[in-house]
Design a protein around this ligand. Structure first.
Ligand code: FES
Ligand SMILES: [Fe+2]
Length: 467
């Protein structure tokens, strides 16, 4: 098989597909081709807003983190109580990285009042000005133009408590980039949540292979078989421009928008919802690494069978459960935002924020994923998963990024099951017998929407209609 992708070549049937409900396919070069991976740097990563961390990671003036993306490294630093700036992590003299950030790291964190280059001791202040050049007179005045020596700026902004960067100084503002996804998620006040835990790992697969494993619950039947005992996982998925959403659905009724589409729902249909709601919550909490729900929600669900009479219909059970959990949290000093069932229903289960971010949100928590290329190796990626939650002010746990091998012990049953597919999918796609992906037109539309947008950025890999 020839993995060379001809960027811009017209050997592809470039179908302008607006309706992603059609059966569609796209070529595998995006996952496999070294040339495609190299071009992603210029055509994708240098152009898009991408989350580099959480605001909570740099609370004090001088706190910084480095963010590696492909061959680029960026410093995000708090320069004043209310100002955060970002710079390319490179010294203007002869190009040493100002902060050592090897590709196999998932970032370096610390506090600096300025930067001193480790090679020839040039200095920079927090504003990026070069404040000391050893023997500057040797340049005969050529360095007096500060545009030659200032740290090259990167745009930075925040949304939902995340720090986003963009290397394209002419890019549209972040809020505009977030578009409707931002409007729909804003009521969840994700910015008030804090890390509960955060772990990362390196996979032998493309970053898209990894992040796409979290774009659809269609894989539950094949990957998380045990979960079928406590819930149904049929799902819809929908495109919102660059971004996409999925939510639970009922087979054969189309895209019902309802609260039951979210992670906060009654369990298996046909069971007593007072019991099934608890069983589902408890299963999620214990097998998804204490994430995707909270202890408050699990405990309130456990009491449902005592607090409600037999025969209470599922919507009543959910209403009662959420009301009690809200009260329980209020007693601990956690205020829930007001989110109507309609808003919750519209927000669905989980969002893909283009290109590499996934947010599975609840009113008081979110489980998030990020996948990044490992240098420009198409068969390797850096993968991060973290849980954020609302905590009483002052009671937020102290967390750090922890490298964790992809085992059940480190990640819990469900994520380890997801992880078991990563390298196998990547290897499978290399097969000369693979004809190209056949994403489910109803349940995996987030994947096709992602590739539609990716193709627009890359100028290659357009969707094809399966006739
Ligand atoms: S490369 Fe930084 S001072 Fe020379
Ligand atoms: Fe999964």
């Amino acid at each position: 098989m020839n993995y060379q992708v001809n960027i811009g070549a017209d050997d592809q049937v470039n179908v302008k597909v607006e309706d992603l409900s059609e059966p569609l396919s796209f070529p595998v070069e995006a996952y496999l081709s070294p040339e495609y991976a190299r071009q992603e740097g210029d055509k994708l990563w240098a152009k898009v807003w991408q989350h580099a961390g959480r605001v909570e990671e740099i609370p004090n003036v001088g706190d910084y983190l480095t963010y590696n993306i492909g061959r680029d490294s960026i410093i995000v630093i708090r320069t004043a109580a209310d100002t955060i700036k970002a710079y390319h992590n490179v010294c203007s003299h002869r190009g040493r990285q100002l902060i050592d950030a090897p590709p196999e790291s998932n970032g370096v964190r610390g506090n600096r009042r300025g930067f001193v280059c480790g090679f020839h001791a040039w200095r920079y202040d927090l504003e990026g000005n070069c404040t000391f050049k050893l023997d500057e007179q040797d340049w005969k005045g050529a360095l007096s133009d500060e545009s030659r020596t200032k740290l090259p700026q990167v745009r930075v902004d925040s949304w939902g408590g995340w720090l986003f960067i963009n290397m394209d100084l002419n890019a549209i503002p972040l809020r505009e980039y977030m578009d409707e996804a931002g409007d729909i998620l804003d009521p969840f006040e994700l910015g008030k949540m804090r890390y509960k835990w955060r772990q990362w790992v390196i996979f032998d697969c493309n970053w898209k292979t990894a992040i796409e494993a979290f774009m659809e619950p269609y894989h539950v039947a094949g990957t998380h078989t045990q979960m079928l005992n406590n819930g149904d996982y049929y799902a819809y998925s929908a495109a919102y421009g660059l971004h996409g959403v999925s939510g639970f659905d009922v087979r054969n009724t189309g895209n019902g928008v309802k609260q039951a589409s979210t992670v906060t729902r009654a369990g298996k249909e046909g069971k007593d919802p007072r019991i099934s709601t608890y069983e589902l919550q408890n299963e999620i909490y214990t097998t998804v690494n204490n994430a995707s729900t909270t202890e408050t929600l699990v405990n309130a669900a456990r009491r449902l069978v005592d607090e409600l009479p037999e025969g209470t219909p599922a919507p009543e059970v959910i209403k009662h459960w959420l009301a009690r959990a809200r009260e329980d949290d209020a007693k601990r000093g956690i205020t829930w935002p007001t989110i109507t069932p309609e808003q919750q229903g519209k927000a669905g289960l989980a969002w893909s924020i283009f290109p590499n971010m996934s947010i599975l949100q609840g009113i008081t928590f979110a489980l998030c994923y990020r996948a990044r290329p490992y240098g420009d190796d198409p068969n390797k990626c850096i993968f991060e998963t973290y849980a954020i939650e609302r905590f009483p002010i002052g009671a937020e746990p102290k967390t750090e990024w922890v490298y964790a091998e992809a085992t059940k012990e480190k990640w819990g049953l469900v994520l380890s099951q997801d992880f078991s597919n990563m390298a196998a999918v990547q290897r499978g796609m290399h097969s000369r017998g693979f004809r190209g992906t056949l994403p489910n037109p109803h349940q995996e539309r987030k994947v096709t929407n992602f590739h539609r947008n990716l193709a627009d950025y890359m100028g290659a890999g357009a969707l094809r209609l399966l006739k």
